[in-house]
Design a protein around this ligand. Sequence first.
Ligand SMILES: Cc1cc2nc3c(=O)[nH]c(=O)nc-3n(C[C@H](O)[C@H](O)[C@H](O)COP(=O)(O)OP(=O)(O)OC[C@H]3O[C@@H](n4cnc5c(N)ncnc54)[C@H](O)[C@@H]3O)c2cc1C
Length: 318
Amino acid sequence: MTVIVLGSGMSGLTAAGELTRLGHEVVVLDKGRSPGGRMATRAVGDRRFDHGAQHFSVRSEAFRDRVATWADEGWVSVWYQGQSVTQPDRGVEPRYVAPTGMSSLMAHLADGLDVRQSTTVRAVTTEAGGVTVDIGDATLTADAVIVTAPIPQSIALLSRSGVAMSDDDRATLGQIRYEPSLTVMATLDGPAGLADGHRALGGPVAWIADNRHKGVSTESTVTIQSSADYATRHFDSPPDAWSPELIETAQRHLASPIIDTIPHRWRYAQPAQVLDIGAVQIDADAPIVLAGEAFAGAKVEGAFLSGLAAAEIVASGT
Ligand SMILES: Cc1cc2nc3c(=O)[nH]c(=O)nc-3n(C[C@H](O)[C@H](O)[C@H](O)COP(=O)(O)OP(=O)(O)OC[C@H]3O[C@@H](n4cnc5c(N)ncnc54)[C@H](O)[C@@H]3O)c2cc1C
């Protein structure tokens, strides 16, 4: 069967890879310039920054097996051993990174797949058991589509497209809210001096990560990420209204002066609630499946598991 996957983040590329492995014909469409979605690395010359997901943990068997393969191939490695903030009873667990940047892992996952970047999906319509996807200057058709945008964006797309959703589905999915994040990518005039390459804080700054310590950057750079609460209060203000406070706060914990900064806003950083259902088919008759980390425990691992679940739903309909 033919499948269109909207999104080249972890959930979309996992679904696409699995369906391709099963022998289906898959096209991935993503509006961003390179694969990865929120697993993003920004490069400015030799200065590199992971400015979305910082690291990931591994809890399920399926993800453990996949991460072991990536580790054997050199795409990921353990950055440090850390205690879960949300589940302290789990004890200390490895935190994985892609040592050449999260986007390099995602480029590896995209390798060999038909992935079309800089392609915005404007509408998804269903007809005669299949789907038509409008990408502005063309339309594509397929037997099924997997939509992996953050849920509010997926619902808005389907609503704009006139796709019928049951009131129950609309109400359940509509409950899922995402927390924003404000990020500053900062270049330092010397070592960051953070123990284990990172510092978790309370207050406006939630997290500082040393990209050189991770191996992501040859130059000394850090990624400064705000708390969700701070981002919610300042999200709609221009960077001048919030980045100075984040920079000054972070500077107090760094061994060298910050000499250059790039601000970035994430409107849908992480879901505040999750629905642990893997992925969901919008309607028994409509070949539209919604996937993404909010359906499988959040974070990078949730995105991976949701991608597998979406592929299984689509493949089981063949
Ligand atoms: C600042 C920040 C810090 C984080 N830190 C961590 C962390 O430390 N550990 C962790 O495990 N997780 C972390 N996360 C969360 C993690 O990045 C996500 O859970 C995961 O990457 C989500 O993957 P996904 O494939 O579900 O969604 P995404 O990566 O968002 O992929 C969705 C894709 O859909 C595309 N898209 C959307 N609409 C359209 C359209 N209309 N047409 C075409 N393409 C479209 C987007 O461009 C995007 O590439 C963090 C996220 C952020 C933002």
